[in-house]
Design a protein around this ligand. Structure first.
Ligand code: HEM
Length: 140
């Protein structure tokens, strides 16, 4: 494994750290918002910052992942586990987009959007756990 590939793997693991912070942080913020209504303005701002961290994580993961595949793997010979991982990445992106829309609607005063956010948070945690497993299984 040459040094450039190792650097890309380092970025991939950095992306997991950033994405993990957002995945696991949002449900914690949600619990605080439910138990402490006066903290909601802070929770909204913190959630926005955490979303940016998570989006940066996904960008780093996809960028480093695509480059690693391009450099060292044969895309025509990838396992079903790899393609399952790619499908999960798509679901993750859709979940992030829908959660972002719900958060924007809530910030605009649509209280019904608040009910959707915990589900997006739980789906995000589940996807992160699955992606970690598929990431390891698909390449070793
Ligand atoms: C977006 C969420 C993603 C997560 C959470 C994730 C997670 C992981 C994990 C846990 C590993 C194992 C690391 C190791 O064994 O050291 C891994 C490896 C890898 N991932 Fe991802 N990944 C993601 C996206 C992608 C994408 C979009 C691609 C490519 C299109 C990709 C390509 C790779 C490659 C090539 C490796 C093998 C690295 C190696 O061990 O040589 N990943 N990923």
């Amino acid at each position: 494994m040459d040094i450039f590939y190792k650097a890309l793997l380092w970025f991939h693991l950095l992306g997991i750290a950033l994405g993990g912070a957002a995945s696991f942080g949002h449900p914690v913020l949600g619990a605080i918002a439910q138990k402490t209504p006066e903290a909601r303005p802070f929770v909204m701002r913190a959630g926005k910052g955490l979303s940016s961290v998570g989006r940066a994580g996904i960008a780093v993961l996809v960028g480093s992942g695509v480059l690693m595949v391009w450099l060292a793997w044969d895309i025509t010979a990838m396992s079903g586990l790899f393609w399952a991982k790619m499908a999960l990445v798509v679901v993750l992106v859709v979940n992030v987009v829908l959660a972002g829309r719900a958060a924007k609607a809530l910030a605009g005063g649509d209280m019904s959007a608040a009910a959707r956010l915990p589900a997006h948070g739980m789906i995000g945690v589940a996807l992160m756990l699955l992606l970690l497993a598929f990431g390891i299984l698909a390449f070793r």
